[in-house]
Design a protein around this ligand. Sequence first.
Ligand code: SAH
Length: 221
Amino acid sequence: MSLHDLNWLVSHTEPKASKMVDQLREHGVDHEELLALMGTIPRHDFVEPAFSHLAYSATPLPIGRNQTISQPLTVARMTEWLLAHSRLGRVLEIGTGSGYQTRILSHFFNKVHTVERLEPLYLQAKSRLSSMGVKNVEYLFGDGQTGWPNKVEMDAVIITAMASKIPLALTDCLKQQGILIMPIDQPSPQIGCWRKEGDRWKCLGTESAYFVPLLEGMEHA
Ligand code: SAH
């Protein structure tokens, strides 16, 4: 292989975090701390190794066990909603997956509670984030539809798997004025942000996005 070929290969396969950040800006993401954070988190460490060269592309990618990490813009949008509308105390995430969104939440919230129903992903995300020095996260292997075990009240709930109805346990654990972010498949696949106002929900934004389904029960390794 010539030096020219090698340079081409490096420039086309090297992770491109800065390019990803430029693309996020082009799509209107303007929270500087979030952009800086996403520019430094090694997204290539969160996807299946065979796809690490695509880690900073505008696409969802496999993370193992037939699950996917959302594309960067979707992650950024969900986080921007939280930063704009939520108190940054306690957040519950349903669907730990690779731990990428968890890592971002841990930067902004005092405490992150995260639940994953697939044991291998739960174990992997837990050790990955611990080795990155993340300390303010509590991990749970279980079915997130039943909420967090000891009924702690949350400032925000973020569901990163698509459901057709909202699990009641998840809205119950949300404080008044709390923020719910979840994907819905009606009328078309999208992610939405709502504020709990009494027994009503005020929609604060939606954006088209695709997510893997929210499933019942849990699966051991
Ligand atoms: N936020 C993740 C996205 C992972 S994809 C990331 O940044 O990588 C959605 C995840 O939700 C999958 O790992 C899937 O196993 C999990 N999931 C689906 N239904 C669930 C449930 N009922 N409880 C907990 N996790 C669930």
